[in-house]
Design a protein. Sequence first.
Length: 192
Amino acid sequence: MAQPGEHISRGGELFTLVRNDILELAAAVPERQANQVAVGQRVQFLANGAPFEGRVARLSPTVDPSSRSITVYVQIPNARGLLKGGTFATGTLLARTIANALVIPTSALRQTASGSQLAYKIVRGVIDTASVQLGVVDDRAAIAEVISGLTDGDSVVSGNVGSLGKGMKVQILTANSGRGRGGASPAGPGAK
């Protein structure tokens, strides 16, 4: 902050010291979710395309009037120096973990005209609709917890597949179903 030979007034700033082994992330959390944040919670985030994890160290006691969010300060261990100060990051605060939750991809959900959620499930080769009640939705992972409407083992249709309707017949093709037809075969291990 100062050049050699420069006269600095009393209380003037000379330099900034950066502690690199533990960095602090300042993140904005929307006001409506502020009560779900507590000291000690795990935070997962990406910076420069690499995953990192830290813990909430402290919270701002007030809401920023312009952004309607609170600032959450997260401490990140950085012993190997992989993270640099001033890096932009995006992340997720893990509010809670739900054991044995039934989840489906959010791409399997459809919204009705009345605003309720439904999923297309396949029952004995025929499309059926299931009105589903959702719990926690993880937008980052693109999954939603299903509280009711589906059971473990149900097959659901996900993705943009065009117009579907109850009673339509469907056939589920697997990676191996293409063998022997016109010489086509799967691309290899992991092919879908």
